[in-house]
Design a protein around this ligand. Structure first.
Ligand SMILES: [Zn+2]
Length: 205
């Protein structure tokens, strides 16, 4: 009796049903995996900015003020002495990786110039950290729209956050930007939440 029992092969319909179920399960799982990966990148980026914050604090400790950086029409934010904000802060960190946001597409990397974080140079340069009146609400570094050393010195470079052109900030993490504040903490700010007064207390709103 047992020996005479034969396994019936799968019918095409049964096979298709199984394939459909697998496809549905996979489609439910993939967005969750992608979200987890995006979250991991955002956390990695937060760690980068915390290290940049330590670099700025150490620089300011040695020099009494936060880093300068200045415009050079020929070298484009790259002063002749190599002393852009990256050139000044990086010796305290000594890492290229911390200047790189993991959610930014790969670019040709230049150790002197490349960074995915833009400096709030208009307000911070040559200013003592103790002289900042609202250190928890004043930006030092923000996610950059550029890939090389750049600075913020005008309200229309940051506001509105969804301006079609001219922005020097970006929101690469699910429409959020990581921001390093003068007190050293890093937080994610949603698009349209990064108001000009965070960059300069005299800017409105
Ligand atoms: Zn990032």
């Amino acid at each position: 009796m047992f020996a005479s029992r034969r396994l019936r092969p799968f019918t095409l319909i049964e096979l298709l049903v199984v394939i459909a179920i697998i496809a549905i399960l996979a489609s439910m799982l993939l967005p969750a995996l992608q979200q987890a990966r995006a979250k991991a990148r955002a956390i990695n980026c937060t760690g980068n900015m915390k290290q940049l914050g330590l670099g700025v604090i150490m620089y300011a400790d040695d020099n009494k003020v936060m880093p300068h950086t200045f415009w050079d029409s020929v070298l484009s934010w790259q002063p002749a002495d190599g002393g852009s904000y990256k050139g000044l802060v990086n010796p305290y960190i000594n890492s290229q990786k911390v200047w790189e946001c993991p959610s930014r597409p790969g670019t040709t990397w230049n150790d002197l110039k490349s960074t995915h974080y833009v400096y709030n140079y208009g307000y911070c340069r040559n200013r003592a950290m103790e002289a900042v009146t609202k250190p928890t609400e004043t930006v030092v570094f923000c996610a950059s729209s550029a890939t090389s050393v750049h600075g913020i010195d005008n309200t229309n470079q940051v506001w509105p956050n969804d301006a079609a052109s001219g922005l020097r900030i970006s929101f690469p993490h699910n429409d959020q930007a990581n921001v390093l504040w003068v007190d050293g903490h890093v937080s994610a700010v949603k698009k349209n939440g990064l108001v000009p007064s965070f960059f300069n207390p005299t800017w409105t709103p």
